[in-house]
Design a protein around this ligand. Structure first.
Ligand code: PLP
Length: 509
């Protein structure tokens, strides 16, 4: 049950009107700190923005701005104007950020502590995805590790390791191995209608590094960035930790709602999109929407970050061409990754930058990690050039279509009436919606306790989520694993339904 605080505890908030830090930011910092240190407990209802404004002798706008930032970042829930609470869903570890921040501060005695950016990273410490002990149903985002041609890969690897060439053992090119950049540019031209030369390709350690580099190179702290709502938490975190001010723009059946974005913040410097296959809902951005987005970005002078993470897996018709291929104004920074086509631990991906940005990206890439491992890049080049990459993707497309069907059948059989699931024309995961009123985080916890992974849809929303759901990966699992996983998931959901029923009865009596 929510706790009601008659007022924010005395002394919790001190604002300095003389400071260069805006008042709303000071208020945001104080409230966030109070939440992270447990002084404001999860579920606490905050006073109205009007009351707080009166008490602190600041304008109501100052309070509303601070609240809205905290709502967007998940520290608060509810709505300004109709009840704002400290988020009940804050992971417990997040509440220990103070411990983490303190231990960092105190490391080595009386250190000067974390930088402002360091504090933001510390606040994200518990959202860092941890590696599970093993890949298990229905972990999402993982391709079929059981079907990867390791024999071929190891032959190519031993070719390079048996007599390694000198140039692959010393420091490599920060921009990436030349032959790999040529192979990527030619693959992208044919498969994704991306218009680029090898000189525009920068090899990075997966899409996550691309998000970070792009945010650092193109955004100043406080700049507005549009983020898809719901959207990919890895991109959202990279934007927030770079200091961007996130504007959560809804997606509809045609993808990112450009008009809504323009209404929310017309000053955006960068827009993050997954046009080929919206993450996590799965729709494809329509052509009129793509053109509207490019036109808006051109007029507003904004960059578009296109995350093309799994577009090759399309089960109806041909893969949808990239947004980058439609861009005549050098606005789109394109991101690709090998995580979904080969295996995620390879940590290889790429940015295709408009020519004007290439030098800045090469320099940034060199600063954060010099370059990606050269021998892996050389093995991957051979894998692409000798046709194994194309063959593997074609095989996987057939396999994943089958596995998706198996998952849908298994869910219908085991969870009929408990999960609403539609086939998806693309990707390697499905969204399954829960009955109204069930908390997807609770279901995910219950499922994990029974040995199944099911990411709660709520983690993809910064604001209010329409309904609880689960994201279920299917690509990496065979028939037995899918059937067993569906039965375990069914038991987890039934147990949550039962718990809810008991709670409702208890409340009624
Ligand atoms: C939307 C989206 N973008 C990118 C990635 C891939 O990230 P990486 O290349 O860092 O493995 C994922 C992985 O789950 C994703 O879901």
């Amino acid at each position: 049950m929510a706790k009601y605080s008659s007022s924010i505890p005395n002394g919790l908030i001190t604002l300095d009107a003389e400071s260069e830090t805006p008042l709303y930011r000071q208020l945001y910092d104080s409230l966030r700190k109070a939440i992270l240190t447990g002084q404001l407990a999860p579920g606490t209802r905050l006073q109205s923005s009007r009351e707080i404004a009166k008490e602190l002798n600041v304008s109501r706008n100052t309070v509303v701005n601070a609240f809205e930032q905290l709502l967007a970042e998940g520290y608060l829930e509810g709505q300004v104007g109709s009840g704002t609470y400290v988020s009940r869903a804050l992971p417990e570890d997040l509440l220990n950020v103070k411990t983490l921040a303190r231990s960092c501060t105190r490391a080595g005695g009386k250190g000067p502590g974390l930088s402002e950016r360091g504090k933001v990273f510390a606040a994200f410490a518990t959202s860092v995805p941890r590696a599970p002990e093993r890949v298990r149903a229905f972990q999402s985002g993982v391709p079929a590790l059981d079907s990867f041609p390791f024999e071929t890969w190891s032959k190519l690897a031993s070719r390079h390791w048996r007599r390694p060439v000198n140039s692959l053992l010393g420091y490599g090119e920060p921009q990436g191995h030349g032959p790999l950049r040529r192979a990527i540019a030619s693959y992208l031209g044919v498969a994704r209608a991306v218009r680029c030369k090898p000189e525009q390709v920068i090899v990075v350690d997966g899409a996550q590094m691309a998000f970070d580099l792009i945010a650092r190179v193109l955004l100043d702290p406080g700049d507005a960035a549009w983020m898809e709502e719901p959207g990919y938490p890895g991109a959202r975190a990279a934007l927030i930790t770079s200091g961007a001010r996130l504007v959560h723009v809804p997606v509809d059946a045609e993808g990112l709602d450009v008009a809504a974005g323009a209404g929310l913040d017309a000053q955006a410097r960068l827009i993050y999109v997954t046009p080929s296959h919206q993450f996590p809902l799965g729709m494809t951005m329509s052509l009129p929407r793509r053109l509207a987005l490019l036109e808006w970005a051109s007029r507003a002078g904004a960059w578009v970050m296109e995350d093309d993470f799994d577009s090759e897996y399309r089960y109806e018709g041909r893969p949808i061409a990239s947004l980058q291929g439609l861009d005549n104004d050098g606005r789109v920074v394109y991101i690709g990754t090998f995580s979904k086509f080969l295996f995620p631990s390879l940590r290889l991906g790429y940015i295709v930058a408009p020519p004007a940005l290439v030098d800045a990206f090469i320099s940034a890439r060199a600063m954060v990690g010099r370059h990606s491992p050269s021998v892996e890049q050389a093995i991957l080049t051979d894998f692409i050039e000798e046709g194994h990459f194309g063959r593997h993707i074609r095989r996987m497309r057939t396999l994943y279509a089958e596995r998706q069907l198996l998952l849908i059948e298994a869910l219908k059989k085991e969870c009929g009436g408990l999960l609403e699931v539609e086939p998806s024309a693309a990707g390697i995961q499905l969204v399954a919606w829960l009955p109204e009123g069930l908390d997807d985080r609770e279901v995910a916890r219950e499922a994990a306790a029974r040995g199944v992974e099911a990411r709660p849809m709520s983690i993809f929303y910064a604001g209010k989520q329409p309904r609880g759901g689960l994201e279920l990966g299917y690509a990496a699992f065979n028939k037995q694993e899918i059937r067993k996983g569906a039965a375990q998931l069914s038991a987890a959901i039934r147990s949550c339904v039962e718990m809810k029923r008991r709670e409702t009865r208890r409340r009624a009596s």
